[in-house]
Write a protein that binds this ligand. Sequence first.
Ligand SMILES: CC(C)(COP(=O)(O)OP(=O)(O)OC[C@H]1O[C@@H](n2cnc3c(N)ncnc32)[C@H](O)[C@@H]1OP(=O)(O)O)[C@@H](O)C(=O)NCCC(=O)NCCS
Length: 290
Amino acid sequence: MGEVRIRPMTVDDAPRAERVTAIGFHELDTRMFRRSWPDPQLRPPERAAHWTRRVRHLVTTDPGGCWVAERDDELLGIVVSFVREKMWLLASYAVVPEAQGLGLGRALLQPALDHGRGCLRGMFNASSDPRALRRYHAAGFTLHPQMFLRGSPDRTRIPVVEHVREGTAGDIDLMDSVDRQTRGAAHGRDHELLISQFRLVVCETSSAHGYAYVDDGVVLLAATDRRTASMLMWEAIASGDEVLVGHITPENSWAVDVGMDARLELHQEGYLALRRMSPPKPYLAHGALM
Ligand SMILES: CC(C)(COP(=O)(O)OP(=O)(O)OC[C@H]1O[C@@H](n2cnc3c(N)ncnc32)[C@H](O)[C@@H]1OP(=O)(O)O)[C@@H](O)C(=O)NCCC(=O)NCCS
């Protein structure tokens, strides 16, 4: 297939890298988000813009974790990984369909894993692609099946949500401390990006804390107890007519309880890949920033 070069990703590569993932994930996006678009080149511009901004942010914070496979001027594959407080995370990983299964994925993942050398823990969301799962298993990750909820909530079921307020950048320390308690590592600078992209809600009482990023459902949610997590999820569900709540491990059955109460549909998709840690709870991970 000609000479392929693996080299570090640059900020300027982000728009072309976005195209690689749009094509690589077209089938999965269509199935899970029910947002089918006939041509992978036509991924909704807002989602493409979010992806590109996020990857520029990660290339900036972790230049050693982001790599591309290139033949002549064409990008054939990309990997985006990063480290937060000694936890290695994988934000994106894809090879264009015509180059899959030829060893490029293996060659790309290695320098990303090397970036996390010295990190005890690892965490990311894995698709159901059997080739990807083979790579992750070989890298020492255990795979935890995840569920997701979607649909139009029954608004008569939505309770009065107390102690939940709008969040701001002034809540980052609070959120980092909830992150450390639930997933073992703060999101740090990723919160700045998330705040600029999504609505933030925070729950604070004398005994419990939690937060959620909201966008027609839950984008990311973490709390110090299940009751607080459930309240935040209700707030997120209430904000949309058609909602999605993803990345639910069996350890977070409280989210299934809320979803069933709201009369959402329960489905299963993908895995939470973990190394040297247990599934976080109460916690609903972000798709790429976890
Ligand atoms: C996941 C992905 C990046 C891997 O890249 P790739 O170039 O296809 O991967 P490789 O060729 O290096 O490795 C694939 C492995 O799966 C194996 N494989 C191929 N087809 C398989 C199948 N149907 N079932 C199980 N294993 C399979 C290959 O033998 C190889 O394993 P080996 O090296 O131990 O022999 C690529 O397939 C992809 O973009 N998939 C769609 C997007 C996606 O799901 N990305 C993962 C996001 S979490």
